[in-house]
Design a protein around this ligand. Structure first.
Ligand code: ADP
Ligand code: ADP
Length: 229
């Protein structure tokens, strides 16, 4: 069984007389232990599907099976619980809390899930064991993103959802961040999904799902994805 199975997922918005189709009959799967990239230009429907997979929104129709459970049928309370415990989020602009230290930002996971991983250990994993007491403003963009990844990993979720995780980073720094995400899939057996408009990221994915104009246009598996480093 695939960790994610999206079946006939459609999301439309009613704007007065007009209906905007953000996702139109999407069908795809993402496997545990793999890194999947959803690639498409601005307006393709990437954020819409990511929000639905993250339990931040619900589809107009279709099924969204996560580990065999259809979250499209969840009520608000179930969605909140799912978001908090089952998913780690990584955003383009890190979303760290500015007046908390690196360590405190990652320790927030403890207040969310009872069995959160140790913040110091998780920060050591992303190479920031020496920056525990720094505030986000004292870190580079790449370091801030590594803190954000540590925060996501500390919840020990099976699923990592990443929205343009290298979008604000230069090439070399982006590579370090992508390596961490690739390791999370390969070594920690997580299901990692990245949405991006950057075609360069396709090379390091196990699966590439191209979407355009609300529809899936192609799905390709890389038998031998290029390691980022
Ligand atoms: P992407 O993330 O690929 O840039 P989005 O999923 O954000 O694309 O948007 C897909 C389409 O849905 C766009 O045409 C966008 O304008 C529209 N859309 C997204 N959210 C809303 C909303 N809340 N209300 C109306 N239209 C929306
Ligand atoms: P730009 O974003 O200015 O168009 P590029 O097209 O060169 O620049 O892409 C830069 C992005 O690609 C960076 O954010 C970087 O993180 C990402 N990247 C780095 N290494 C790889 C790689 N091995 N494969 C795919 N993408 C990568």
């Amino acid at each position: 069984m695939s960790y994610i199975e999206v079946r006939h997922e459609t999301k439309s918005y009613q704007m007065g007389e007009t209906t905007i189709m953000a996702n139109h009959d999407l069908n795809f799967k993402c496997e545990q232990g793999q890194l999947t990239v959803i690639l498409g230009p601005s307006g393709a429907g990437k954020s819409t599907v990511l929000n639905i997979l993250g339990g931040m929104d619900t589809p107009t129709s279709g099924e969204v099976l996560i580990d065999g459970v259809d979250i499209a049928k969840f009520n608000e309370k179930q969605l909140t619980a799912y978001r908090r415990t089952d998913v780690g989020f990584v955003f383009q602009f890190y979303n760290l809390i500015p007046n908390l230290t690196t360590k405190e930002n990652v320790e927030l996971a403890n207040s969310i899930v009872p069995d959160a991983l140790d913040a110091t250990t998780t920060l050591q994993q992303v190479g920031l064991g020496n920056r525990l007491e720094n505030f986000p403003s004292q870190l580079s963009g790449g370091e801030q993103q590594r803190v954000a990844i540590a925060r996501a990993l500390a919840k020990n979720p099976k699923l990592l959802l990443c929205d343009e995780p290298t979008g604000a980073l230069d090439y070399e720094t982006g590579k370090q961040v992508l390596t961490l995400l690739q390791n999370a899939s390969r070594q920690d057996h997580k299901t990692v999904l990245i949405i991006t408009h950057n075609a360069a990221l396709a090379k390091m994915a196990d699966r590439v799902i191209r979407i355009n104009d609300a529809k899936v246009r192609s799905i390709e598996d890389n038998a031998d994805p290029i390691p980022v480093s």
